[in-house]
Design a protein around this ligand. Sequence first.
Ligand SMILES: NC(=O)c1ccc[n+]([C@@H]2O[C@H](COP(=O)([O-])OP(=O)(O)OC[C@H]3O[C@@H](n4cnc5c(N)ncnc54)[C@H](OP(=O)(O)O)[C@@H]3O)[C@@H](O)[C@H]2O)c1
Length: 341
Amino acid sequence: MGLAMSETVDPADVPRRALHTGAAMPAIGFGTFGSDHAGHDVVAEAVRGAIEVGYRHIDCASVYGNEAEIGAVLREVQAGGIAREELWITSKLWNDKHGEEDVIPSCRQSLEDLGLEYLDLYLVHWPFPNFHPPGCDVSSRSPDARPYVHESYMKTWRQMEKLVERGLVKHVGTSNMTVPKLKLLLRDAAVKPAVNEMELHPHFQQPELFDFVREHGIEPVGYCPLGSPNRPERDRTPEDTNPLEDPVVVEIARAHDVHPAVVCIRWAVQRGQTPIPMSTRRKNILANLRAAISPRLSDDEMRALAGIDRSCRMIKGQVFLWKDGQSWEDLWDPDGEITPP
Ligand SMILES: NC(=O)c1ccc[n+]([C@@H]2O[C@H](COP(=O)([O-])OP(=O)(O)OC[C@H]3O[C@@H](n4cnc5c(N)ncnc54)[C@H](OP(=O)(O)O)[C@@H]3O)[C@@H](O)[C@H]2O)c1
């Protein structure tokens, strides 16, 4: 690969999270959602760069549309000497595949595209079976959209459990869940979720959900760890804030002579979640990984960062709403109970 030592991180130095099964998951992963600005090949090359600099955990999803391109890279890196067991590969079941007969074939398709015999982790991407054309406007609604129905989710989950039984996936997990939904799943699941993937950055710390999952032996994986500064216009509202511009983050970054992004990643790893930043630039890809092994932030710095939570959710999920007149907040069970249909 021809990279000098200073341009790589030894994967053995990257901290790991012990999952309830005893498996060890690298405590930082690489995101693969190219949003609107990075094409599939660009993201696949970014994955290659990420593995070259030392990432071993890759966060994929069928809906990102790039698993085949990423699969080509994964085949090459394994042919180049990186063993399958050294990699942690996650994929996700998209919302249009919640049907009982669709889960296993959809997972098999991801496996085929990624060129793998098994996934380390397979997530139900959203708790709703609602979907929309990729790239559509936030005001777009599917006429078939439905509310969360626990019985339906459990039918999907039973198929997820079968994937574990069949050895196609090592762990199953959830994404975009809330405390009341997770309580029901924990009550009814035969195979417990190992991970909950959720938005987490200094301006959206979700303390209640974060504590809940950790108390129940579920590892929080944090998406949009930098607040997704380049997300599409359609995912922005005038109230949104930017953690990379927060004066506290900027000041800590200045004191350590790093970019504010590095502070966000360091904070995430040290707080106890597993951030999955995405970047198309080698410099940033490396800086984010280095943040995971850099010296600890002081207790005062961690306290200051804990104090800047703005409860500012960037990925609101509007397209998954199921009836007119709803607010996106309804998707997130704001009253602590599952929002009624
Ligand atoms: N489960 C879910 O529902 C869900 C939802 C959203 C996202 N995700 C996952 O989470 C991953 C991360 O989220 P995200 O990509 O939206 O947001 P993000 O990681 O918070 O931000 C990514 C953006 O930050 C920039 N960036 C990265 N490192 C930087 C650095 N060191 N300095 C300056 N800028 C930097 C990148 O631009 P450059 O390319 O210019 O560096 C990129 O556009 C996704 O790729 C996806 O895998 C999951």
